[in-house]
Design a protein around this ligand. Structure first.
Ligand code: ZN
Ligand code: ZN
Length: 177
């Protein structure tokens, strides 16, 4: 998700350019790559480039209840300021670069990379326990079928597994007697 801003950097403060964004990136650990698309409007400020991007993507996730793998759609609005690493006119290190590590920097070749902000957004936006749908019925705790697909014949009273072990023990004693 690299946008070349070398022209924009040479333009006066207040200049604005619109970019189409399309790129693939791994957004969550272990989730493969996602296609991110949308538009980004970049504004030249006196010291920086302000990116205002409206993007969307689908992230492959596993449902926390029924374990099915599904695409979680994510719409995001990203507002992020980027500072030039080098003065585009002189190639010298720009005055505005501070070393506190908070601000994002443009790359040395005057590209702006939206991957980091997109990754941060998706990471924060993802629920701790993703669900394939709000009404997901989950898996039967006895036979393991997905209750979204079929209704099994199990006794649906759910027991704490520790009680189950005790009950098995109790019934084996009864059998022995
Ligand atoms: Zn589910
Ligand atoms: Zn069952």
């Amino acid at each position: 998700m690299l946008l070349n801003v070398s022209q924009l950097l040479l333009e006066p403060s207040g200049s604005r350019r619109e970019y189409q964004v399309e790129g693939r990136a791994g957004l969550l650990d272990g989730a493969g790559e996602s296609l991110v698309t949308g538009t980004a409007v970049l504004f030249r400020t006196d010291k920086s480039v302000w990116a205002s991007a409206s993007l969307n993507t689908d992230v492959v996730m596993e449902c926390g209840r029924c374990l099915v793998v599904f695409d979680q759609h994510v719409d995001m609005m990203i507002e992020q300021e980027f500072f030039p690493l080098l003065n585009p006119a002189t190639g010298a290190k720009a005055d505005s670069v501070d070393d506190d590590g908070e601000a994002l920097l443009l790359n040395e070749d005057h590209t702006l990379d939206l991957t980091g902000p997109v990754r941060d957004y998706v990471t924060l936006d993802m629920p701790m326990k993703p669900l394939c749908k709000p009404t997901c019925a989950g898996l039967c705790s006895k036979c393991g079928v997905s209750l979204n697909d079929e209704q099994c014949q199990c006794d649906t009273v759910t027991l704490d597994p520790r009680w189950g072990a005790l009950l098995n023990l109790a019934s084996s004693h009864i059998d022995e007697n």
